[in-house]
Design a protein around this ligand. Sequence first.
Ligand code: AMP
Ligand code: MG
Length: 493
Amino acid sequence: MNKNDFGFVFDNSFAREMNGFYVNSKGADAPSPQIVLFNRSLANHLKLDSNALNSPAGANILCGNTIPEGASPLSQVYAGHQFGSFSARLGDGRAMLLGEIVDTNGQRCDLQLKGSGKTEYSRGGDGKAALGPVLREYIMGEAMHGLGIATTRALAAVTTGEIIHREGAKPGAVLSRVASSHLRVGTFQYFAARGEQEKVRQLADYAISRHYGELAGEKDKYFGLLRAVINTQLMLVAKWVHVGFVHGVMNTDNMSISGETIDYGPCAFIDTYDPGAVFSSIDHTGRYGFGNQPVMAQWNLARFAEALLGIIEPDIPEKAVAQASVLINQIPEQYTYLWLSGMREKIGLASQEENDLELVNTMLNLMEKARVDYTQFFRFLAHSAIGDDAGLQALFGKDKAIANWLESWRARIAREDLEAAARATQMNKINPVYIARNHLVEESLRAAEKGNYQAINQLLTAVSSPYKTRAGFEGFEQPAPEDFGPYETFCGT
Ligand code: AMP
Ligand code: MG
């Protein structure tokens, strides 16, 4: 392994060890690639040479025109349940994995180009991506990372100089994406559906060695893998819900084995609290709506369990089913525990009491009724923790019901031995000031599509450190103006 001029040191374990799980890919032929966003801090974290890479030569690499030394480009195969229906063969239809890099923490990451052209798995698609969705994925990944939630991240966004056709003509772009891996629930489903148990086992061993090394020596390691993926996914979804994030397209091919948020398509943050919030233009039934995400996580994890059954107890299938069912059936309770723990922290509680669930649910009902901004609520609650209710009262306007709730909350926190200022500080560390609000995202994307990247860079600054109030960013704290109307996002293809 040699370091090339851009600092890449590739070590491509998937290409080396997982023959039969991918096809080799060739690069793109973008007519005039240009880097429009470059993630310097991520590049440094990956030990890349930022100056060399953020250049015309780097643009050629980051769109797939030039393959850097040491890369072994490939497209992975996977299947997936999309909106409940099984597609036996999906795969990277517009993406290629350049290779794997070990970051400054010693963690192995994939560097993938999304939108880099047709592959064997493109089916009817053009293999391309439009600039808007590429930038949206960039923003959302950085926002998620800033919030401390596991996510893939963008290294760069590159326009290709090509016009592609979606609803109308759009500028084409490529996103270079860094992920702990691109193993999906759907990757397991692909081989399980074909009855290729040896391949399922090989994939499980690879996933264990890459993400859950502690299981490697265990007797029940495949059952352990199921448990580990359940744990990490439930943790992830609970965190999404804590910050008001709606993934929008939780198909099993968009659920990562590593527990990272992946494949940002029609995703969005809620503004007013609404468990039924759906932003995706294709989600007509609300399957992937805000409040339904834990239910869908359970559904997807049940599909993951099914894919593993044949290797959990190959000779006694009934035993594998019984074992897996125990884990799947306890998901609602497990999720509620994780979610409630985080909600306790959001309202400044340091201990557990039996009535906390009711306290939190009453609060959410009041927020829903009064159409209160979810993000602002918790920041103002920190003011209330130091005796200033003006912010919350203004948020609820004429609705006086919050006063009663505040009384119960005060009685609850009074039973804890924690100083008011310390409680407020603690709350402000986990309740963001800035989220990637829909109107800000849209505004910044429209400007970028016209070649102006000032708004997007400002938004990235805000959401990259979302817990710290910044002078000059007051507008970023505010919900969408009335005339913004209901928000709809598209699938990002
Ligand atoms: P997504 O909705 O982005 O998660 O993608 C679902 C599936 O459709 C994956 O197999 C993608 O590779 C494929 N796909 C999405 N967009 C395109 C495209 N423009 N060309 C080819 N395949 C695509
Ligand atoms: Mg996908």
